[in-house]
Write a protein that binds this ligand. Structure first.
Ligand code: 0GQ
Length: 329
């Protein structure tokens, strides 16, 4: 058995990716942000304050004949960007890309932070991280993928995110036609809940890879490519107009600049992010100053290969073999 779901960029800057999920009986379809950097499936619901839920599609467990309250269970989550949410828990049927999990923990939000209230294009997150990262108490719950893994043809999923185009999350199979190059595999470290891995080196503008390894996480829920300052400086030293902009909290440059590519080695293969993907978006509509897709990870303390990096590859999240596969697209 397999599943295949389309995913779409939320806006012109590919800030996040939206995937429709069916919850309950009859199906209630909610747009969720699939996040390999966290492990909770939580949704705006009939229990979310009306003022906060305005503009969002919500899940009503009372309208689902298969919903069951998980009595005594609660959850509370804080993300790297300081956004947060919390609430109580139901179990219900959850279908993604045609594959159903009959009793999935669906975390209903009774509180959501401002960022989520304002982000009306999504109704919550579907965590694709390791179960150890789940925040439900007193007993942690499994992710949708963890529940599905044993019934899928193979215990793996792939992410094929694209710039301003429809991409896909495939479950239980690898569609190698989505890739141009071979898949390079490397061990994944799930101990923190993330998909952690080590890139063996990097280069700017197509030069030969150096041997400076980069340890980080493959995170579909993070917009940017966030790396150590020495890597970020090595890159932007090649961009004439690049400068740090305090108000933007990041490196900006003239939108007319021809940006160099950024490559990293992983699993014996090389992934090259074209410069065009690193020219993320004007700092505000019509501006000729653009915000960089590669920024510093210094104040986070962990390197994050977010959507800017993932868009250049077909990425295999292989739970069965605890490994990550990367193929050039
Ligand atoms: C098991 C992991 C755990 C649940 C949690 N995981 C994460 O934070 C990583 C996870 O992938 C989350 C998932 C996000 C959360 C907000 C909503 C969208 C999904 N990623 C991040 O927090 C990375 C930083 N955020 C982002 O990358 C958000 C995503 C976003 C996009 C559009 C609209 C709204 C949000 N985008 C931006 O910051 N930008 C997009 C716009 C651009 N102009 C600036 C940059 C964690 O580490 N929490 C511990 C933690 C707590 N507190 C802090 C301070 N740091 C922490 N790491």
């Amino acid at each position: 058995q397999t599943g295949s779901a389309n995913t779409n960029p939320s806006d012109s800057a590919d800030d996040e990716y939206i995937t429709n999920v069916s919850i309950g009986t009859p199906a209630q379809v909610l747009p969720l942000d699939f996040d390999t950097g966290s492990s909770d499936l939580w949704v705006f619901s009939s229990e979310t304050p009306k003022s906060s839920a305005s503009g969002h599609v919500t899940y009503s467990p009372s309208k689902s004949s298969t919903a069951k309250k998980l009595s005594g269970a609660s959850w509370s989550i804080t993300y790297g960007d300081h956004s947060s949410s919390s609430g109580d828990v139901y179990t219900d049927k959850v279908t993604v890309g045609g594959f159903s999990v009959s009793s999935q923990a669906v975390e209903s939000a009774t509180k959501v932070s401002t960022q989520f209230v304002q982000d009306t294009v999504i109704s919550g997150l579907l965590g694709l991280g390791f179960d150890v990262g789940n925040t439900v108490k007193p007993r942690a719950q499994k992710t949708w993928f963890s529940n599905a893994a044993n019934s899928l043809a193979q215990p793996l999923f792939t992410a094929d995110l694209k710039h301003q185009q429809t991409g896909s999350y495939n479950f239980g199979f690898i569609d190698t036609t989505l890739a141009k190059g071979p898949i390079g595999y490397t061990p994944a470290d799930g101990s923190e809940g993330y998909w952690g891995f080590t890139a063996t080196g990097y280069s700017v503008g197509g030069a030969k890879l150096n041997r400076n390894s980069i340890t980080g996480i493959a995170d579909t829920g993070t917009t940017l490519l966030l790396l150590d300052d020495d890597v970020v400086n090595a890159y932007y030293n090649n961009v004439e107009s690049a400068q740090y902009d305090d108000s933007q909290q990041g490196v900006v440059f003239d939108c007319s600049e021809d940006l160099p590519s950024f490559s990293f080695g992983v699993g014996g293969t090389t992934i090259t992010i074209p410069g065009s993907l690193i020219n993320l978006t004007p700092v505000s509509d019509g501006s000729s100053t653009c915000f960089g897709g590669l920024q510093s990870s210094a104040d986070i303390g962990i390197n994050i290969f977010g959507d800017v990096a993932l868009k250049a590859a077909l990425v295999v999240f292989d739970l069965g073999n605890e490994r990550l596969g990367w193929a050039q697209k």
